[in-house]
Structures are given as C-alpha cells and as structure tokens.
Write a protein that binds this ligand. Structure first.
Ligand code: SAJ
Length: 437
C-alpha cells in the first residue's frame, strides 16, 4: 500500500501519532483538538516550564482551560517534551512556532528553520509535515522542503508537506480552533488531501487550496486587509480633525450602509503580534521580487504615526490650559494592545508613554491586567485607579478601552480627558472635559 493510503488509514483509525511543535496560543489548542478526537499527541516546546506544566495537566494558554487539558494528559493522549528525539515516530507534525520581525522589520524565520532542521534528522517516508506559522509566500517550498529532502526523500512521493495558516484569535469566545475554517495547501494534491483529511477529523470546515504559496498568501491577505483598513480609517481621523468633524459620527454613519462597507476604528496605533507584523512578511518578499507593496508601507507609516498624533493632541490640550507636556502629570488608562487582554506586545500605549516621557511628562498608568510596564526610562508601576489619582492628573488619556472601566466615573473625576478609542461616546456628563481623536 503506498505511503499516502497508509497514512490516510492511520488518520481514519485515529492511530496516527501526532506531533505539535510550539505549545503556545496556536499549538496547545491544536494539540487539544486532535487529542479530543482520540489521537495520541506529543507536544514539543523549548520552554521546559511549559512542558512540565502540560505534563502536570496545567494549561498556560488562556483559551485552553486546565479542566479541558488535564483529562487528556491523564488519559495519555497528550504529553510534552522539550526535545525533538522521536519525531521520526510521528506520522504528522505541525509546526506552530513564532515568526517575529527583526529590528530591521525583516522576517525572522529562525524558529521555523531550527525546528525543521531538527525534524529533518528523523524525517521518514509516510510522514506529513504542516507549517502553521505565519510567513511569506514561498517559505514552505523554499526553506522547509529542501531541508526535508536533503536525505533524498521527495515531498509528495515519500513524505507529505503542506501549509495551513493559524487563525487563532486569543480571547475570542465565539471562534476557536475547532470552529474556525481551516485553509490548507500542499506541495502536491496528495499533500493537500492528506493534510485536509487530518484537519477534518478535528476542525469543522476545511478549505483546500492548490499550493502552499496560496495558503501562505491567504493568511497575509487577511491581516494586510486589516492593517490597511485601519490605516485608512486612521487617515480619515486626521482628515476629520482638519475638517473639524467627529470621525466616530462619520464612521457610524457610513456603517448604516448595509452592504459594501466594513467598520474599522481609528485609535492610538496598532499592536499585537499579528497585524503590525504580518504585512511586513509580504512586503519583504515582494521587495525581493523588485515590487514595492505601497499600501502596506503607507498603512504602516500612518498606523505607526498614531502615537505621535496622540502626543500632539495631548500637547495642544495642555497648551490651551497654559500647561506644557513637560512637568504635567499624565495618567494613561490601558496599556494592552487591545481591550480585555493583558498582552502588551507592540502596544501603541508603550509608544505613547515613551514619547510623553521623552518630552518631560510625569507618566502614570493603570491597566487591569498589567501591574507594571517596561518603558525606555525604566519600569513603571501601575497607579491605583482612584478618584484622587484621577483628580491629581493634568490629563487622563484613554489608550485601551478595557470593559472593566466605568468611563462615566473616570470622566466625572478627571479634569481633562483625551479619549483615543471613543470609549466615552456614551458618557453624558462632563462632555466639555472630553476630547476625542
Ligand atoms: N485596531 C484598530 N482599529 C480597528 C481594529 C483594530 O486600531 O478597527 C487595533 C487594535 O486596537 C490592535 C490592533 O489594531 O492594537 C490589532 O487589532 P485586531 O483586532 O486585529 O486584533 P489582533 O491583533 O488580535 O488580530 C487577530 C488576528 N487573528 C489572527 O491573525 C488569527 C486578526 O486576523 C483577527 O481579525 C483579529 O484578531 C480579530 O478579528 O479579532
């Protein structure tokens, strides 16, 4: 029986041994979904604390409750290790490692390369390898495939190779790994079909495409779409400032159009580990093909300039009250990159605070999820959110509109508010103290 039929058989009987490399917000939920279907899953992570936690049945990922992980570990369906020995015994291996940007904004695929080089040591006929980490089109064929073929095996004939973009939205209570449609593209049709067959055992909807490059590009279109549209709406905010119009009223009005429009909101900039980074994977690749991805660059410039816009607005508001940023006590509300998460990666709040500090402001912050943040001038500890601390501030800037906040109460006790998220849109009293982006 040929390799593909053998592997399909193991998938149908749930006897296929699965490996997941990277037990983060993508890898651990994926491991759980396959284990739930009865597959034996081995998780591999370089962080031995994560490994020991998983083996103790404890989850370190918000979206994977320990109560769901523990029985799967107890039943021997999930175990973790901090080394790559034994990957040759696995029938399917999913690579879910980080793909950050270097300081130069160039892609850093070193985690992909190091994990593939480990797998290549034991790669054998009959294995399926799937990359899930977000990367530029061509990574699977140009970086992964040659390393796995180095010992003479051929993708599509001996082993099977595919790309399937992760679509995990941390904290999303509606969509999780099981019910978010899964795009998958293989080196050959066989590769696509085998990977799709395995995903179908654990994920409701699987959408096969014709190549790994198409699957890689689909992910980048999704997140570039967001970055560019956020850039557009941030520029509309700058236009509305010039036109003395309320950008939030304009967006709400446009959103009454039941077709052909999609809401995006201006803000203090964009953060997180996806939207600010993923489009640069695409523009970097196109640069190597002598093409300039102008929308991506322009959106990045506008989005990246929003923290400065916030600081300029703050400066003007203080000047109108015969104060300057220098020496003013400014309280920043919310430092996470978006509401109701503690994640501060790439958060524009940090840029706003650093810019203000560089101009001599006495910065304080509050965030329900972060007790301290690391700024250029050192660690800044959270200030208690009290009436007194609001009153003592010369300016309160709402940077992240966490649901925990009572914005009526914040406005009532603040002398002056700069709201970068329209968080105070429904606040009635004290309107004259509120200034919005
Ligand atoms: N942002 C705006 N205006 C908007 C939307 C977002 O300024 O209209 C800002 C946010 O405050 C944040 C940044 O952009 O700082 C990114 O926000 P996001 O809502 O895109 O959230 P992320 O980064 O968690 O994006 C993830 C992505 N999911 C995956 O990559 C699998 C993205 O594709 C999802 O669309 C997004 O979650 C989502 O919809 O929640």
């Amino acid at each position: 029986m040929d390799a593909s039929k053998q592997l399909i058989g193991k998938i149908e009987s749930r006897k296929a041994r699965i490996g997941v490399i990277g037990l983060g917000y993508v890898g651990l939920p994926l491991a759980v979904e396959f284990a739930r279907q009865g597959f034996r899953v081995v998780g591999i992570d370089v962080d031995s604390r994560k490994v020991s936690g998983v083996n103790a049945g404890r989850s370190h990922v918000e979206d994977v409750p320990t109560r769901e992980l523990r029985p799967l570990v107890k039943d021997g369906l999930i175990k973790a290790q901090d080394h790559y020995r034994g990957t040759g015994k696995m029938d399917a291996i999913f690579i879910c490692v980080p793909t950050p940007l270097r300081k130069t904004r160039d892609p850093d695929i070193s985690y992909i390369v190091s994990s593939v080089e480990q797998i290549a040591k034991e790669v054998r006929a009959g294995q399926l390898i799937v990359l899930e980490s977000t990367t530029y089109p061509g990574t699977t064929e140009e970086i992964i495939r040659p390393r796995l073929e180095a010992k003479g095996l051929r993708a599509g004939k001996d082993f099977f190779l595919a790309f399937s973009p992760e679509r995990v939205d941390p904290g999303n209570k509606t969509y999780g790994t099981h019910n978010t449609p899964k795009v998958v593209g293989g080196t050959t049709t066989d590769c696509t079909e085998i990977a799709a067959a395995l995903y179908r055992t654990a994920i409701e909807t699987v959408h096969p495409v014709t190549s790994t490059q198409a699957a890689e590009m689909i992910k980048l279109l999704e997140n570039t779409f967001r970055a560019v549209n956020i850039g557009l709406v941030n520029e509309v905010a700058l236009m509305c400032e010039k036109l003395n119009l309320d950008v939030w009223e304009v967006i709400d009005g446009a959103a009454t159009k039941p077709f052909g429009f999609m809401r995006f909101y201006p803000g203090p900039g964009i953060g997180g580990h996806c939207i600010p980074l993923d489009p640069h994977y695409l523009s970097w690749k196109l640069k190597t093909l002598n093409y300039s991805a102008r929308f991506i660059e322009l959106a990045s410039e506008i989005n990246g300039g929003m923290p400065e816009v916030v600081v300029r607005r703050a400066s003007r508001l203080l000047n109108e009250r015969r104060k300057s940023i220098k020496g003013s006590k400014i309280l920043v509300l919310g430092v996470a990159y978006k509401r109701d998460t503690g994640d501060v990666r790439e958060s524009p709040a940090l840029d706003v605070m650093n810019l203000l500090q560089r101009r001599g402001a006495r910065i304080q912050f509050h965030d329900p999820f972060n007790a301290q943040v690391k700024l250029e001038e050192g660690v800044c500890r959270r200030t208690a959110l009290t009436e007194a601390n609001l009153k003592k501030a010369d300016l309160v800037i709402i940077v992240t509109d966490h649901s925990d906040y009572d914005f009526n109460w914040v406005v009532r006790h603040s002398p002056l508010v700069l709201d970068t998220r329209n968080a105070t849109g429904k606040v009635k009293a004290g309107r004259r103290k509120i200034h919005k982006l």
